[in-house]
Design a protein around this ligand. Structure first.
Ligand SMILES: Nc1ncnc2c1ncn2[C@@H]1O[C@H](COP(=O)(O)OP(=O)(O)OP(=O)(O)O)[C@@H](O)[C@H]1O
Ligand SMILES: [Mg+2]
Length: 488
């Protein structure tokens, strides 16, 4: 169920990413390209404008011959370029000659110095100088971390290229681009979280009814065919629930029919069995003088006894009597069970110990006594001489637990998985109905029977039964007069 929810969330996230990532990256890439082009045009435009200004107002040819000592010209030019730089928001403006020597630099007093920083782009600049066109450099990071770019425009004198104007500008909008990317990232995260939350809510509409359906079908699988499948709306899950309910009703009807049929047969078998028992008794009387024939009749009686027990247990198992619940002392019930099993226990050399704590139970007393006795018999049968079978009572929230603990041979995983099934037995003379009946009794009370067992270590069988204080107290029975804490 969980995996279905996880799968839906993962799928929705993948779809969001699939839809949003190309848009986000595409948008970022396009905006970046547009802004880069914008910056390039601006830098080239400003460089060209200043080059045109220089060509008109100065003899550009003389610039080449600017010497360090022509301080006045240099100073004037620098002041003019600085004004231009500040007015246009550029970071630096330089005039270089064809050998890339700086003639005037708004940001430095040095002149006739090679522009080392332009060396890496010399090829492109030479190309521009030769072709007489304009270009921009690659973007680079200034010392303070801002992104910068350069625009180059040729400087002509009498139609001849004599140098270039280098306009350097920052790209503040790249900061904006970073903010934009951050916003896209935040939007993506918010989108993913919202879609995950929505998918989680939607998946619950699917997984919750499916979970209910699963627990109901698990109960049906355990044999509780009376568990009605709830109505789960009008969608496909609802259709599935209705189909399972129809299947359950059909199974329950067939189960009842089969049980009635088998109970009828058992009933029919019981009567002739009683007759046979009677005649075997008479035959035993007649053959008293013939020990060999008497022994044979005795064997027939034993087989008859076994057959009778099978029929009786089966009838008890298939009878659908309603539990008539009363409130009574659990300890007294356990003492009674121990007492009823004491003969078998003594024969096996096993002690049955009842825990002294008094805890009340609400159940059909007779029904529960029979079921616990079956479990105690199993425990005695599985125990070796000298060992102890403990009968305990516990309180677990609104439930009361009757526990039968033995240190006997235990069950293998295979036996354990089948022990509750009707007619499953590993004993030669077992009917295989003891645990099945115990489970049926627990379920008839709205409780559960659980069996835990480790081969060679022992077995613990727990009747977990709901307790209701409002149920009237049973009339005190004789078992309260039983004194000892253990019988064995
Ligand atoms: N306490 C236990 N220790 C080990 N095995 C057990 C124990 N209780 C039950 N079993 C195993 O589960 C099987 C089924 O038990 P169940 O009481 O239903 O039938 P049975 O004891 O074989 O026959 P019946 O109770 O009708 O005489 C047993 O044959 C036995 O193999
Ligand atoms: Mg048994």
């Amino acid at each position: 169920m969980k995996s279905l929810r996880v799968q839906m969330i993962v799928l929705s996230q993948a779809l969001v990413l699939l839809a949003c990532l190309p848009i986000a990256f595409g948008g970022l890439w396009l905006s970046r390209r547009e802004l880069e082009e914008e910056l390039s045009h601006r830098l080239i435009g400003l460089a060209q404008a200043y080059a045109a200004h220089l060509e008109m107002t100065h003899d550009a040819g003389r610039l080449e011959r600017l010497q360090a000592d022509s301080v006045a010209t240099h100073g004037r030019l620098k002041a003019e370029m600085t004004t231009f730089r500040d007015a246009t928001g550029l970071g630096r403006v330089r005039v270089v000659d064809k050998q890339l020597r700086v003639l005037v630099d708004t940001n430095s007093a040095d002149t006739i110095m090679p522009a080392f920083d332009l060396e890496p782009e010399r090829l492109e600049i030479d190309h521009v100088l030769q072709a007489g066109t304009a270009t921009t450099s690659l973007r680079f990071e200034a010392e303070d971390g801002t992104l910068m770019q350069r625009g180059f425009a040729v400087l002509r004198s009498d139609g001849q290229v004599v140098g270039a104007v280098v306009a350097e500008g920052s790209a503040p909008f790249f900061e904006g681009l970073r903010d934009f990317a951050l916003m896209v990232g935040i939007f993506l995260v918010v989108m993913l979280l919202s879609v995950a939350a929505l998918t989680y809510r939607f998946s619950r509409r699917l997984t919750v009814p499916l979970g209910r359906l699963l627990s109901v079908t698990q109960r049906l699988e355990e044999g509780a065919l009376e568990t009605v499948v709830p109505s789960l709306g009008t969608n496909e899950v609802g259709d599935l629930a209705r189909a399972i309910e129809r299947m359950r009703a059909a199974l329950a009807a067939r189960d009842t029919q089969t049980q009635m049929l088998l109970a009828g047969i058992a009933h029919e078998v019981r009567n002739p069995l009683s007759g046979m028992e009677l005649f075997v008794g008479l035959l035993e009387e007649d053959l008293r003088g013939d020990p060999i024939a008497h022994e044979k009749v005795e064997r027939v009686r034993r087989e008859l006894d076994y057959l009778k027990r099978v029929v009786e247990e089966f009838l008890a198992y298939s009878r659908n009597v309603r539990a008539s619940t009363v409130r009574f002392g659990g300890r007294e019930l356990l003492l009674e069970v121990a007492e009823s099993c004491s003969c078998v226990a003594q024969a096996a050399g096993v002690r049955v110990v009842v825990q002294p704590a008094q805890i009340e139970l609400t159940a059909d007393r007779e029904m529960l006594r029979g079921a616990v006795a079956n479990v105690v018999l199993n425990a005695i049968q599985a125990s070796s001489a000298g060992s102890v079978v403990r009968l305990e009572l516990q309180q677990e929230g609104s439930f009361r637990v009757v526990e039968v603990v033995d240190g006997g041979r235990g069950m293998s995983a295979e036996v354990l998985s089948r022990a509750n099934q009707p007619f499953f037995t590993t004993r030669e003379k077992g009917t295989g109905l003891g645990l099945a009946l115990a489970q049926k009794v627990a379920e008839r009370h709205g409780g559960r029977l659980s069996v835990a067992s480790t081969e060679g270590v022992g077995t613990t069988v727990r009747f977990s039964l709901p307790f209701d204080l409002a149920v009237p107290l049973a009339v005190e029975d004789a078992a309260t007069s039983l004194g000892p804490d253990w019988i064995g």
